[in-house]
Ligand binder design. Structure first.
Ligand SMILES: N[C@@H](CCC(=O)N[C@@H](CS)C(=O)NCC(=O)O)C(=O)O
Length: 304
């Protein structure tokens, strides 16, 4: 079986969510490290303008958004607990708010001078300034109301306190982990591991849970080049789609874009749509035909 290829960068929390899921699922995978901001030529070819990270690739199938990537990991590993399908409503609701409002609060509350210095050390002053400019522009175009620093910190602390009370067992919804644990992990990883905030000090259960999550590691992976990943797409055909779904836009040229932030659209022919996922057919001279997958929730589709 072809290993999953993950396009990611070290400081990306949503990438960390997927890296740890891959560790938990014990899958081997291939890694392509991309820059912290566009331009990312390899992703423009494969995903046609979707600007967020992580993105995964399986042959000529390109998977955008950590929820769709989690479904791909379920497909490869059989670990259904990593997907949203079939989860109780309380897990679905927890994941939705943790991946959006709580995540943004974590990033806003923990991004300070120290984080910027870290980025300068790991890249360069020029890169760090470009990064800031990029994220300010992205924030301006966002549809999500961002909290200011002190409110964001309050939100993060109340989330941590809620998690402390949820942790009657080893994981948030029982004795084994599910998608909710991975969603809750990556925001706190940014706060505690990257920004080194001592905010778990008074929450021993959350601390112990973080240790359990970290212990999953990142699985077995090897670094490949962007060109190698493009060759994999070029040499493969997209997976066959059996039934296209009954959405009236199927078969038409459409634009798909996230409805929250980073709303850059991707255009292509809608080849599949149901209430869980969307698939666009696209082609590029470097790789030929690819299928680009998105979750349905959190994405808007309109005729091109
Ligand atoms: N809903 C997306 C959110 C992904 C996301 O916000 N990723 C951040 C990095 S952790 C991002 O793309 N930031 C802008 C960028 O890297 O260009 C998912 O679940 O994958």
């Amino acid at each position: 079986m072809q290993d999953l290829i993950l396009f990611h960068y070290a400081m990306s929390p949503f990438s960390e969510k997927i890296r740890v899921m891959l560790g938990y699922a014990d899958l081997s995978w291939q890694s392509v490290t991309v820059k912290e901001m566009p331009p990312r030529p390899v992703l423009s070819i494969l995903a046609g303008g979707y600007r967020k990270v992580p993105i995964a690739q399986s042959g000529a199938d390109v998977i955008c958004d950590s929820r769709a990537i989690a479904d791909e990991i379920v497909r490869l590993s059989g670990k259904k607990e990593l997907g949203l399908a079939g989860q109780p409503q309380e897990v679905v609701d927890f994941v939705r708010s943790t991946d959006l409002e709580v995540f943004l609060a974590c990033v806003i509350a923990a991004s300070d001078g120290r984080m910027l210095k870290k980025l300068v050390r790991e890249t360069s002053l020029f890169h760090a300034l470009r990064f800031l400019k990029d994220r300010i522009a992205m924030g301006r175009k966002s549809r999500v109301k961002a909290l200011r620093g002190p409110q964001a910190k309050e939100k993060v602390l109340s989330h941590i306190s809620k998690m402390e009370s949820m942790l009657g067992a080893d994981f948030l919804f029982g004795n084994s982990p599910c998608i909710a644990d991975f969603s809750a992990y990556h925001g706190l990883w940014f706060v505690c591991d990257l920004a080194e905030k001592p905010w778990l000090r008074d929450y021993p259960k959350v601390q112990a849970w973080m240790e359990r999550m970290r212990a999953f590691g990142h699985g077995d992976f090897r670094e490949i080049t962007a060109e190698q990943a493009l060759n994999v797409a070029r040499d493969a055909m997209p997976r066959a789609i059996e039934a296209a779904g009954d959405d009236p836009l199927v078969g038409k040229n459409v634009e798909v874009a996230p409805d929250d932030y980073g709303r850059d659209p991707v255009s292509g022919k809608l080849v599949y749509a149901d209430n869980q996922s969307l698939v666009l057919g696209r082609s590029h001279k470097r790789v030929g035909q690819v299928h680009v997958h998105f979750p349905r929730q959190g994405f808007a589709v309109k005729p091109a």
